[in-house]
Every structure is written in structure tokens, then in C-alpha cells.
Design a binder for this molecule. Structure first.
Ligand code: 3H9
Length: 700
């Protein structure tokens, strides 16, 4: 086996190369290898300076995250690696390319100099894993950039391009080209005469921020922007330690805080999300040699909110897209909305006018099906009605070229039934975007019974190309996300009937960390659209009941007409309590003889989330999702579920599957005892029962 770290020499420069694909993470073997090779360089009398460089696509991308889940890091400790570098007898230069992240940047900060190629990026993204830099990053970065920038970088985990890092003083030199070793070797010829300053000894930035309110200000801001999250506040504590404690004490404090974060459920949740997000790309039953189809021209059918947003996704990725609507006026309106959306982004300074023009020019409006004949992929985004979709797919079958992929953006309907309207069901797939399609990161890719492997591979690849997180799901009513959400929405109503208010339910969901409560979400999605879907499901015997939705005035469409579960002032999106809704609730309670009771926010959140867990377990059992982590990713990227809770399935594991099952069983018994058929979905999922019976606490 080749060594993950090797030492060699060019002239008087010793070169320590980390070669541990894919990202040179600091595994135990790499840490030991760096110690050994740096030691070799120090001992080599012909060497005057050392360079540490990464082989392959990147410098070190951080600690080896797989070690965190295997139960901790064996010796040597990263702080020992860093101390050896920083306190050694010869100057050490970090040669950066790719991404120098987390522990990787911490190694670089311990070097006496940092040089980079222009495309390199640096960052301390530990907070995204629910932890903080534990290899001296909070102490050394603070000494280079001061408190404000250190806090900003460490609490957001943002990656900085080399030029910005140079301007901030994190790196010392940006060379030309793509080869970090050449940049470092050239820099080494111009090394100033020693002594070479150790980062730990840099005091100037510390003095400026000592005794200021920068830390309290940051804590107050994070209490809002990172509400409920554990690590960001600890990051501030660790940075503050750099200003209040001597270096070695600061390191110790940082490690204590790191250990506290590591033991927290939020770290377990976020580390799960890191791997789950990468696992969704892996489809075990696809042949390894499957070649995706060519994709140069796309078409989107339907120029409403969804179709327009989808067209923008392709244009944003530089892919030409024809936007078809048979109704000229609707098409013009759709294009105007797209232009308005882009103009808004330009106004916010996030897009240049030239880029806006370029993107708009990539969207070619048409009212003629014949114009779709050259499309490699056609995404249908018409009204969520089987008859309408059937008609569209029959027409697409006539005009699409052989080999074109026919995708439906259906959010609930049977994909096989849609495909049956064509002579080429192998080319039909679901591509379910989430609204607003140009913003939400999730793409549910739905495989039908006949969908060809290369069509699946192409759809998953397209998702990546347009910046989505694509999750492959099976064909069932509502697929993964919307199948689960229907019970969540019903439970929200049952909670209101029992005694909570609409506002309280939404508040409890927000407190849990969801981006939006269930009622506000309904108003955003459109109660009319949801009512249409519900009617079909009720007719098909697919859902249990939606006690309040069936009683509120059907003219209430949600935000779009200012009347939904809330009322909205004209032009405002602020939800206001609506007495009409309260009256509907009161009438329902009176009719059923229900005396409202106080319900705590914690119970509300638990019941909402456990509906997701129970249905998620059924979905997993049926094979409609490949992994429980896939369900978590659907909820995090499609439904605003807080990543730091890990997604609904991970949340259940962290809560203890036995406890979750006990609660679900109790809710079920309560519903049965009350004769409340609407709560029939509380029947515990067989998978959950099996796992608990086997004493297991994991879906995976
Ligand atoms: C830390 O450093 C703590 C220290 O402060 C303190 C210690 C005491 N470890 O994302 P990709 C794998 S915490 C292990 O698809 P990209 C990844 O799972 C760490 N594995 O590629 C995937 O495997 P597979 C702080 C890792 O080009 C493969 O590499 N650092 C690690 O889109 C390719 O990854 C971070 O948080 C790792 N550190 O993006 C950085 N990183 O092929 C985390 C990646 O089997 N990493 N893998 O699915 C990233 O942000 C991105 O992976 C990176 C590349 C930008 C590097």
C-alpha cells in the first residue's frame, strides 16, 4: 500500500506531500505521516525550509469526518502535528490549492507561510458539522484577522477565495498557474531571513479587539440567525478565548468546547446530513457503465409559476430552454415574471445586468409544440390533473425526437399512468421541483416501472448541473415529500381542534427549527391547489381526512388572494390571525362536543414531526426511498427541516426509536379511543415496530 504522506527533496527544500484521495483528509495515518515526514525534513541537513502540499485535486480538506462516526480520533492529536510544524527549527510553507478546509487550514495556519494558487479556497466549515475548529483554528485565525472576521468565518463556515484570503492576511502570497508546488518553491527562493514568525506569537490583532463588545454583539446576532443551534455560540466562546487567555490555555479551551460540540446531538445530526447528502448520488442498482444521454437543449412545458421557475434553473446553468405555453397571454405573463425575478436579483446586486440578459436570451418562448422537436429533455409543468397531463404526454409522444427524455413535474400523480400515454415509457421520468423552483435545492427524481437506467442517470446528472440536490424516489402517491406532508398537515389541524390555535401550531414548528409552520406553508403553496389534490385523494380512498380544510370557505386560496389559514393585508406576506378561521374551529369543536385543552409547544412539534417519521418508515419499508438519509435530505432541502436536527428520520433515531414508537402508539390509541378516524395514520409503521422489537435504534 502506498504511504498517504511522503517526503522528498528539491534542492534545499524538503517537500511533504499528502496523497490520500479523495480529499487528503487528516486521517490517523495522515497525521502520523505528516509528523514523520516533517521530522525527516527537520533532520535533513541539506534542507533549509519545508513545503507541505496536497497531491490530487486539493490541499487538506479537513479532519477525516469518517473518524468522528467511528468513535473518535486515535493519536497523534492534530494539535501535536501543528505544534511540531509551528515550533520546528525550519520554516514551513503551506502550498494551497483546491480547498484548504477545517483541520487542513489549521495545519496551514501552523505553518510559517501560506501560499496559494489563484483558484484555491480556504475556510473553517466545522460549524456546518455542528462542531468548531479543534486544531487551533479559532486561536490562530483570530491572531491573523481579528475577532470580527474570525467570528464571521467560523460561525458561517464560508469558503474564501485566495485573493480575499490574501487581502485579509490569512495567506501571504498568491502565485500564478495551477501548480501549488511551483508557487511554493518560487516563494521559498525569496524567503526573508529568519526568524520566521509563528502565528501563535502574533499579538497585534488581539490587542485591537480586547475588551470590545464584539463578542456579545456576535452572540446576540447569532441568537437570531442561528436560533436553537449549539455550535455557533460555542464558536464565539472559542474565539473569545484567543483574546482572554494565553495561547496554550486558549488551545485547551478550544478543545473543551470542541469536545462539548462533538458530544451534542446536533453534531451527530449534521455529520449524518453531510454523508446523507453525498449518499443520495449513489444508486446501487444502476449499471456501473451507464452513460447519461446528451443534454444540450431543454424544453419546459407550462409557463406558470412552476414552469417559469424550472426554465430559470436551466438558463441559470447556461442550458438553452424553450418555454412552451399554448396560451400566448399566459406565456407573455410567464416571461414577464421571469424577467421580474431576474431584475430583483440584479437590484440586490447578486447578478449583473449582462448575466441577466444572457439568461433571458437562453429562454425561448413558444406556443408551438413543433418547436420541442429538438429538445433532449422536456419537463412538463402543467396543472396537477391526470387528464391534462395525459393529453400533454400524448402530444409529446408525437413531437419529441427519439431518445428525448420526457419528464413530469407532477408532485403526486402516478408516473406509470402518465407514461402509459406514450409509446416510450422507458424515456419517461418524474422530475419534481419544489416551489419556488429556481430557489429550492431539492429535486425528487421519480423512477417509473419502465424508466431506463440511462434516463435515471441523466436526470440525476441534470439535477447536479442545475445546482439541485437530487434524490431518487419510487412511484407512489405524493412520492416521498408530499406523501409524508399530508399527515403532517392533517395533524396540524387535529392539534387546532384539540385546543391549539393556528398561530400556536406554526410557532411551535418555528421553535423546533422549521423554516415555516404547516399553516403558513399551506397558504404559500395555495389552498386551492391543495384542495384539488385532496379531492382526488379522497375520491381514491388514499387519505384519512382533513377535518378543517373541508370546512373552510373554498374561495380561500392562501397568500395569493390574501385569505387562507391567515389573512394578509394587500401586498403583505405577514400572516395575521383571521376570526373567520377561529369561527370554523369553534363550530367544529362545538359540533363534536370537544372542550379545548392547553397543548404545549413541545407536544405540538413532536406530534407534527412523528407523523413524518411514521410515514417515512412506511416509505422506507416499501422501498420508495432507498435510504432513511434520502428522506432526511428531501425534508431538509424541500421542506425547510432544520439540518441540525438531522431530518425527521435521524431526529427519530436521536430521540430513541423505542420512545418514538411508544408515543406513536399512544397517539394511535388516543385517536381510536376518541373515535377519531382522521388520526388513523398513527397506526405504527411495521418497520418501526420491527426495529424496536429487534432492539435496534437505526433505520439504516
Ligand atoms: C475538522 O476539520 C475538525 C478539525 O477542526 C478538528 C479536529 C480535531 N473527511 O463533497 P464531495 C469525502 S472537521 C472524510 O463529494 P466535492 C466525501 O464524503 C472537517 N471524507 O466532493 C466524498 O466521499 P464519497 C472540516 C471526506 O468536490 C468525497 O470525499 N472540513 C471529507 O463536491 C468527495 O467529496 C469539512 O467540513 C472529510 N473531511 O467537495 C470539509 N471531505 O465519494 C468537508 C470530503 O465516498 N468537505 N470527503 O461520497 C467538503 O466540504 C467537500 O467534500 C469538499 C469537496 C469541498 C472538500
Amino acid at each position: 500500500m502506498t504511504q498517504p504522506v511522503r517526503y522528498d527533496r528539491q534542492g534545499a527544500i524538503g517537500i511533504v506531500t499528502i496523497d490520500s484521495p479523495p480529499v487528503n483528509a487528516l486521517s490517523q495515518a495522515v497525521r502520523q505521516g505528516v509528523i514523520d515526514c516533517v521530522g525527516q525534513g527537520y533532520a535533513d541537513p541539506a534542507v533549509t525550509a519545508l513545503v507541505i502540499v496536497g497531491a490530487g485535486r486539493t490541499f487538506i480538506a479537513g479532519a477525516d469526518i469518517t473518524e468522528f462516526i467511528k468513535g473518535g480520533m486515535a493519536d497523534p492529536d492534530l494539535n501535536d502535528v501543528n505544534a511540531l510544524i509551528e515550533n520546528g527549527p525550519k520554516p514551513v510553507i503551506a502550498a494551497l490549492h483546491g480547498t484548504a478546509l477545517g483541520g487542513g487550514l489549521e495545519v496551514a495556519l501552523s505553518c510559517h507561510y501560506r501560499v496559494a494558487v489563484p483558484k484555491a479556497q480556504v475556510g473553517l466549515p466545522e460549524v456546518k458539522l455542528g462542531i468548531l475548529p479543534g486544531g487551533g483554528g479559532t486561536q490562530r485565525l483570530s491572531r491573523l484577522v481579528g475577532a470580527k472576521t474570525a467570528i464571521e468565518m467560523i460561525t458561517t463556515g464560508t469558503f474564501l477565495p485566495a485573493a480575499k484570503a490574501l487581502a485579509l492576511g490569512i495567506i501571504d502570497h498568491v502565485g500564478e498557474g495551477a501548480d501549488p508546488l511551483s508557487v511554493a518553491l518560487d516563494f521559498a527562493t525569496r524567503l526573508p531571513a529568519g526568524p520566521h514568525t509563528r502565528t501563535r506569537d502574533r499579538e497585534e490583532k488581539l490587542a485591537a479587539d480586547r475588551g470590545t463588545d464584539v463578542f456579545d454583539t456576535a452572540r446576540a446576532a447569532l441568537a437570531k440567525s442561528a436560533r436553537g443551534q449549539f455550535a455557533p455560540q460555542r464558536c464565539v466562546d472559542a474565539v473569545e478565548a484567543a483574546f482572554t487567555l494565553p495561547f496554550d490555555e486558549g488551545l485547551k479551551r478550544e478543545r473543551e468546547l470542541f469536545t462539548e460540540c462533538m458530544a451534542h446531538d446536533q453534531a451527530k445530526a449534521l455529520i449524518h446530513v453531510f454523508f446523507a447528502e453525498r449518499a443520495v448520488t449513489k444508486i446501487p442498482d444502476l449499471p456501473a457503465d451507464v452513460t447519461p444521454r446528451k443534454l444540450e437543449q431543454v424544453a419546459v412545458l407550462g409557463s406558470g409559476t412552476m414552469g417559469g421557475g424550472i426554465a430559470m434553473c436551466f438558463a441559470n446553468a447556461g442550458i438553452p430552454v424553450r418555454l412552451l405555453d399554448l396560451d400566448r397571454a399566459a406565456l407573455d405573463r410567464g416571461i414577464a415574471v421571469i424577467a421580474k425575478n431576474y431584475a430583483g436579483t440584479v437590484a440586490k446586486g447578486r447578478l449583473s445586468q449582462a448575466d441577466m440578459d444572457k439568461r433571458l436570451s437562453l429562454i425561448q418562448p413558444t406556443t408551438d409544440y413543433a418547436d420541442l422537436a429538438d429538445a433532449d429533455l422536456i419537463v412538463e409543468a402543467v396543472f396537477e390533473d391526470m387528464d391534462v397531463k395525459a393529453k400533454v404526454f400524448r402530444r409529446l409522444d408525437e413531437v419529441a425526437k427519439p431518445g428525448a427524455i420526457l419528464a413530469s413535474n407532477t408532485s403526486t400523480l402516478d408516473l406509470d399512468a402518465i407514461a402509459a400515454n406514450t409509446s416510450r415509457p422507458a424515456d419517461v421520468i418524474g422530475m419534481h421541483f419544489f416551489s419556488p423552483a429556481n430557489v429550492m435545492k431539492l429535486l425528487e427524481v421519480v423512477r417509473g416501472r419502465h424508466t431506463a437506467p440511462d434516463v435515471i442517470a441523466t436526470a440525476m446528472g441534470v439535477g447536479r448541473k442545475i445546482g439541485k440536490v437530487s434524490v431518487l424516489v419510487g412511484n407512489c402517491d405524493g412520492f416521498v415529500g408530499n406523501r409524508m406532508v399530508q399527515y403532517y398537515a392533517t395533524e396540524a389541524q387535529r392539534l387546532v381542534i384539540e385546543g391549539a390555535s393556528v398561530e400556536q401550531v406554526d410557532k411551535a414548528a418555528l421553535e423546533f427549527g422549521l423554516a415555516m409552520g404547516p399553516f403558513a406553508m399551506g397558504d404559500l403553496a395555495g389552498l386551492d391547489v391543495m384542495g384539488f389534490i385532496r379531492a382526488r385523494r379522497v375520491a381514491a380512498g388514499l387519505i384519512y381526512g382533513t377535518p378543517l380544510s373541508d370546512r373552510i370557505d373554498p374561495s380561500r386560496k392562501g397568500q395569493k388572494n390574501g385569505r387562507g389559514w391567515y389573512r394578509y393585508e394587500p401586498g403583505s406576506r405577514t400572516p395575521l390571525p383571521d376570526p373567520e378561521i377561529t369561527a370554523v374551529v369553534d363550530a367544529y369543536r362545538a359540533e363534536r362536543g370537544i372542550t379545548p385543552r392547553e397543548i404545549g409547544n413541545e407536544e405540538i412539534a413532536r406530534r407534527l414531526i412523528y407523523t413524518l417519521v411514521n410515514e417515512g418508515a412506511r416509505i422506507l419499508d416499501e422501498g420508495m426511498a432507498m435510504r432513511s438519509g434520502d428522506i432526511d435530505i428531501v425534508y431538509i432541502y424541500g421542506y425547510g427541516f432544520p439540518a441540525w436536527r438531522g431530518g425527521p428520520m435521524k431526529f427519530a433515531e436521536l430521540s430513541g426509536l423505542d420512545k418514538v414508537l411508544a408515543d406513536i402508539s399512544r397517539y394511535h390509541a388516543d385517536a381510536v379511543a376518541a373515535g377519531d378516524a382522521d388520526g388513523a395514520y398513527w397506526e405504527p409503521a411495521p418497520l418501526l415496530k420491527r426495529l424496536v422489537a429487534e432492539g435496534r435504534n437505526s433505520f439504516g
